[in-house]
Design a protein around this ligand. Structure first.
Ligand code: CO
Length: 134
């Protein structure tokens, strides 16, 4: 069902500092910061030859990554994002197998303008999984 690894997301407290590490220390191609109020995050993407890294900084008091950063104040890997050809078909197949879809269960438009869903980490080896329609 899953296809390419679209990105690995890293939660950080200071996205400007994190983007600088990727740009200056690691020599990567880094995009500008974009605020995503629907998702409670500010994002920066690091474009690598075979995938992307998504840096996430909390945006607002109800940001879904505030709790993560309370537990991991230095930041850390927050989720992995896999591409699927049809997000509704993937969701229905996963639900039929007992997997939990977070939130309303309806796809939201993600950082790349495509529908995304999140799957419960307890059902996927302790890792929060994002599915993005390819
Ligand atoms: Co993501």
């Amino acid at each position: 069902m899953i296809g390419r690894l679209n990105h690995v997301a890293i939660a950080v407290r200071d996205i400007a500092k994190a983007a600088k590490v990727y740009k200056d220390t690691l020599g990567a191609e880094v995009t500008a910061q974009v605020q995503q109020p629907d998702h409670g995050v500010t994002t920066v993407f690091i474009n690598l030859p075979n995938t992307k890294i998504e840096l996430l900084e909390p945006l607002g008091e109800n940001s879904p990554i505030n709790k993560f950063l309370e537990k991991s104040p230095d930041g850390g890997i927050h989720h992995v994002c896999y591409e699927v050809p049809d997000i509704i078909a993937a969701r229905d197949q996963l639900k039929a197998q007992g997997a939990r879809v977070l939130g309303s269960g309806e796809p939201k438009i993600g950082a790349h303008g495509k529908p995304v869903l999140f799957l419960h980490p307890k059902d996927f080896c302790g890792t929060l999984v994002e599915l993005e329609q390819a």
